[in-house]
Design a protein around this ligand. Structure first.
Ligand code: ZN
Length: 341
């Protein structure tokens, strides 16, 4: 299997000004930068770049992540250097809005204020691209050296919001709702990973406890029609990552054709696609769209709808949103496609 497209679909996807709203900066580490940082240590990219690679489980994924990425991110400057390349590669694919998150415990390990990493990433955005920075933490990070950073994060200037990630089956502890509430009161827009590996009940619990309207992945939600109806009714956005889900066999996913994004879109849920951890999966955002078209039968109009969803939730002034939706509308018109702004 390979995530390719016919030249006309590739050109169509390229022509759409896109968003990337689920991107971990550590998991997007540019390979060449890693090679340069540790001369002689790395000779070829990870096996997991092969399209048919499948992780045994999330633990293997985490080991992989730590093995390659953790040693690199030792300063705000390293974040800046990586982000410049990551954003430039997004830009080449006609991505014009990126939401990226960095792992909060890394800031704690470096010992620098979180705002320094936020700024290092924000200032790496090229002209013509909007970047929003989130910080993510695991369910059990409050019980360790990250605690002062977690307490301070809701007030970090320049930070767009919090994200909850890491192993999903660790208990969600009571501090989480309190910190998420504090960030919300400070005007942040929070997210949480849920339903990547756990079923619908966990997604529901996260929606209730953390009061988020942005769920990262959310695959498990598709298994409960009542929850699907709630997501559609409440305008909850699922920032999904089909290639990541396939390689990690999220919710037992065996083939791209079985990915729940098709059912969710059909049920009126606001879904977007992103690349999650391109360093680990070897994927590009464009390939996510190719997979939707080739394996899940998304028409051009539906690809356009997914792109539009990203702009609908983007944290940008309404004037810019209208501008972007207008651009998409003109593309729809040029291709004779139905269009709803
Ligand atoms: Zn993620």
């Amino acid at each position: 299997m390979s995530f390719t497209a016919t030249p006309d679909i590739a050109a169509f996807v390229q022509s759409l000004p896109k968003t990337e709203t689920h991107l971990h900066i550590e998991g997007a580490l540019p390979w060449d930068l890693l090679v340069d940082a540790f001369p002689g240590r790395y000779t070829r990219p990870p096996e997991s770049w092969h399209d048919d690679y499948r992780f045994r489980d999330f633990t293997e994924f985490m080991d992989h992540y730590v093995h390659y990425c953790a040693e690199f991110y030792v300063s705000p400057q390293r974040y800046h250097d990586a982000a410049r390349i990551v954003f430039a590669r997004c830009y080449e694919q006609n991505v014009r809005y990126v939401e990226t998150s960095f792992h909060l415990p890394v800031a704690a390990a470096i010992g620098c204020p979180g705002t320094e990493i936020v700024e290092a990433i924000r200032t790496a955005a090229p002209a013509g691209m909007e970047v929003r920075v989130f910080t993510g933490m695991c369910h059990n990070d409050y019980d360790g050296p990250s605690r002062p950073w977690i307490d301070a994060a809701p007030e970090w200037e320049g930070l767009s919001g919090l994200d909850l990630h890491g192993p999903e089956d660790l208990p969600v502890e009571p501090w989480t709702a309190r910190i998420w509430e504090k960030a919300r009161a400070a005007g942040k827009r929070n997210k949480a990973h849920a339903g990547e590996f756990l079923p619908a009940g966990f997604v529901e619990r996260i929606l209730d406890e953390l009061q988020v309207t942005r769920i990262q992945h959310g695959n498990g939600a598709a298994e409960d029609p009542a929850l699907v109806a709630r997501l559609a009714r409440d305008g909850v956005t699922l920032d999904m990552c089909p290639i990541s889900n396939l390689k990690l066999r999220a919710r037992g996913l065996q083939t791209m054709a079985a990915h729940p994004i098709r059912r969710l879109l059909d049920a009126g849920v606001r879904v977007t696609v992103s690349s999650d951890d391109p360093f680990v999966f070897g994927n590009r955002l464009s390939e996510e769209y190719y997979a939707l078209h080739r394996d899940l039968g998304f028409s051009r109009a539906e690809l356009l709808q997914v792109v539009r969803n990203g702009w609908r939730v983007a944290e940008i002034p309404e004037s810019e949103r209208s501008l972007r939706l207008g651009q998409l509308g003109r593309i729809a018109q040029a291709h004779g496609l139905p269009w709803q702004p």
